[in-house]
Design a protein around this ligand. Structure first.
Ligand SMILES: [Fe+2]
Ligand SMILES: [Fe+2]
Length: 268
């Protein structure tokens, strides 16, 4: 019987290369085309999209603060550059969505209860694990959300933006999951189980919050609650598999990936 091949963690230098390469391979968004939103799309999608646009527009100061502490503990200063490039990619999502809203004559949101809640969770403690855990969960929801918006709109511009975000988020999830695998590595069996129990409870809460806040847009894209719930858990299951330290080969860690560099669990 074949045992599944173990994954390797990408080094920070590899992530820096990836983000630079991805920035140079952006899909063509047909900005010259008219916005082309129906009255129904404006009523159903736009209110929700304003919230996501705000969420994608963080200045990244808290992540950078957490990155500096984390990178110092790890002895991996290149990670700070990888985090900076990750933030730039999220800001590009926010910039594209903002440009679309501007073109549609819709004001950008300055506050949103979902975004406020999400930031509060991340900002409460500037630690990499506390930061990466909610981010990977929301990025999992982003895969469902932007796919639903892509299906719901006839605007070629908005579809193009969604396609780029969907493509970028796959790598973002891997980026967070590798960090979490490193942070969870070496945790005792019961502590790891407790961490994952916390993840499941927290994910259920976030999933319900996303549904409450964005159900109209999701339904417009053919994603009713039962489908959304099933998709969310199945995609998060993939992320949990990707953050499982047992999925990785640790015999030959990349430079700077010292196994002793761990943080205390979010559940503690
Ligand atoms: Fe994003
Ligand atoms: Fe992302």
């Amino acid at each position: 019987m074949n045992t599944p091949a173990l994954r390797t963690i990408r080094s920070s230098a590899e992530w820096v290369d990836y983000f630079h390469g991805n920035a140079n391979q952006q899909k063509d968004i047909p900005w010259d085309e008219p916005v082309n939103l129906s009255a129904e799309e404006r009523a159903v999608i736009i209110p929700s999209l304003r919230g996501w646009q705000l969420g994608e527009t963080s200045d990244g100061a808290h992540l950078l603060a957490a990155s500096h502490t984390y990178a110092a503990a790890l002895g991996d200063s290149t990670f700070i550059e990888a985090a900076r490039l990750f933030i730039a990619e999220e800001q590009r999502h926010g910039g594209n969505l903002g440009r679309f809203l501007d073109g549609a004559g819709v004001s950008r949101a300055t506050s949103d209860w979902g975004d406020t809640l999400f930031r509060a969770v991340r900002y409460f403690v500037p630690r990499m694990e506390i930061w990466a855990t909610p981010v990977v969960m929301v990025e999992t929801h982003a895969l469902i959300y932007y796919n639903a918006v892509r299906r719901a709109t006839r605007s070629a511009v908005l579809r193009g933006i969604c396609e780029q975000i969907l493509s970028d988020e796959v790598a973002h999830i891997r980026f967070q999951c590798e960090r979490l695998a490193m942070l969870h590595r070496g945790r005792s069996g019961w502590l790891h189980s407790l961490t994952m129990l916390f993840h499941r409870g927290f994910f259920a809460v976030i999933t319900l919050a996303v549904w409450v806040g964005h159900r109209h847009a999701l339904k417009a894209g053919g994603c009713r609650f039962s489908r959304f719930w099933a998709l969310a858990w199945s995609k998060m299951q993939n992320a949990w598999a990707l953050m499982n330290p047992k999925a990785y080969s640790w015999n030959d860690p990349a430079p700077g990936h010292a196994p002793q560099a761990r943080e205390t669990p979010a559940a503690a």
